[in-house]
Design a protein around this ligand. Structure first.
Ligand code: SAH
Length: 351
């Protein structure tokens, strides 16, 4: 691993001033993060299209709208044929070089189907990169998916604070989540971690530690986004810890970019749920990846992790055009390639 340049924040003491910057200091932070992003990735934006293929979930994360104990969530699971069709529609738009398959967590159920699905997608679309985001599994399951052709896996650790983690995730521990992340790395799967910003009980120190944990794990990708209270969850009435200071969501992206200069950082959908131009702003203060929602319109409303998710109905051609337009307006043309990790590039591919 390269030693970090001297300006890289590597301690709480270095991060706290970034996370509390205001006025001209804050503008400088955003400019520095944007320049760091440009130095490593240039101005093009890799597109990863998400297909939210199931909201079945056995977990009970206190913040999440598709938690097992939310009886008001209408459950669905797309069939293999439906998923393959959705992938074909994405490929036909020539927009995305990566497909992200995300769902709730149902360990054991459907894991074999996912192995077959990965194989089928890779046979039909050999140049398309595949990311899974389906939660913790035994290492051997991750290995089977890798052998079928899986490129990447996203698994946010959600918070670096073990007690806060345990309180919000009944039956799970932070240690287990981090063990899964280590397994993915050991298997040579490009690994994405990340966290929620502003979970009730989060302090500035915890937020700084979240960034440091990403740095220590040297993740290939890091997905972060604001916690948004969902009305049908136990946290319905708990405000985001930074509701009084919304700049915090962008300071965090900028500080993360400085701490992890070579990681892919997406402008996540939750930014658009809170701010009309949220994802654009994220792309201008450190983020380099865009993840449009390619879930078939019939299912989108049912994948409500949090309220206010944007663009509930557009078809793939429309979202592809809207994505292109949005990125061109920012002067950041889309990159239709797979845009593999800069940190652990796959042996068989050119970046
Ligand atoms: N089941 C998979 C995918 C989880 S959903 C897994 O366990 O990894 C993807 C992400 O949505 C979660 O990691 C979480 O960070 C985010 N999320 C869930 N509820 C949210 C909420 N109320 N506000 C903002 N983000 C939320």
């Amino acid at each position: 691993m390269h030693p970090p340049p001297p300006s890289t924040p590597t301690t709480r003491a270095a991060l706290l001033p970034l996370l509390t910057a205001t006025g001209p200091t804050l503008r400088q932070l955003y400019a520095r993060a944007d320049a760091t992003r440009r130095a490593h990735f240039g101005d093009t934006v890799p597109i990863r299209a998400i297909i939210e293929f199931s909201n079945l979930c056995a977990n009970n994360c206190l913040y999440c709208g598709i938690r097992a104990d939310n009886p008001r969530a209408t459950r669905y699971r797309m069939t293999t044929a439906e998923i393959l069709d959705a992938v074909r529609q994405v490929v036909a738009t020539h927009t995305a070089g990566t497909i992200v398959l995300q769902s709730g967590e149902t360990p054991g159920h459907g894991d074999r189907h996912l192995t077959d699905l990965i194989r089928q997608i890779k046979t039909e679309h050999p140049h398309l990169a595949i990311t899974l985001s389906v939660g913790s599994r035994p290492k051997r399951t991750y290995a089977q998916w890798r052998d079928a052709g899986l490129d990447r896996f996203l698994l946010r650790f959600e918070t670096s604070h073990p007690t806060l983690f345990a309180r919000l995730h009944p039956g799970e521990t932070l240690d287990q989540r981090l063990t899964s992340l280590r397994h993915l790395r050991e298997l040579g799967i490009q690994t994405g971690g990340g966290f929620l910003i502003g979970l009730p009980g989060e302090t500035l120190e915890i937020l700084a530690d979240n960034i440091l944990l990403c740095q220590q794990h040297n993740f290939d990708m890091i997905g972060i986004g604001p916690f948004i209270p969902h009305p049908h969850t136990p946290l319905a009435n708990q405000a985001n810890a930074w509701a009084h200071d919304p700049d915090m969501f962008f300071r965090t992206i900028a500080a993360l970019r400085l701490a992890c200069p070579r990681a892919h950082i997406p402008a996540t959908t939750a930014y658009d749920a809170l701010f009309p131009d949220g994802r654009n702003r994220a792309l201008q203060c450190g983020a380099n990846v865009f993840m449009p929602n390619a879930t078939p319109p019939a299912h989108r409303q049912k994948y409500q992790l949090y309220p206010g998710k944007p663009d509930p109905t557009t078809d793939p051609t429309q979202w592809a055009q809207a994505t292109h337009q949005r990125l061109h307006t920012l002067g950041r043309p889309p990159d239709p390639g797979p845009a593999h990790s800069l940190i652990h590039p796959p042996r068989s591919s050119t970046p």
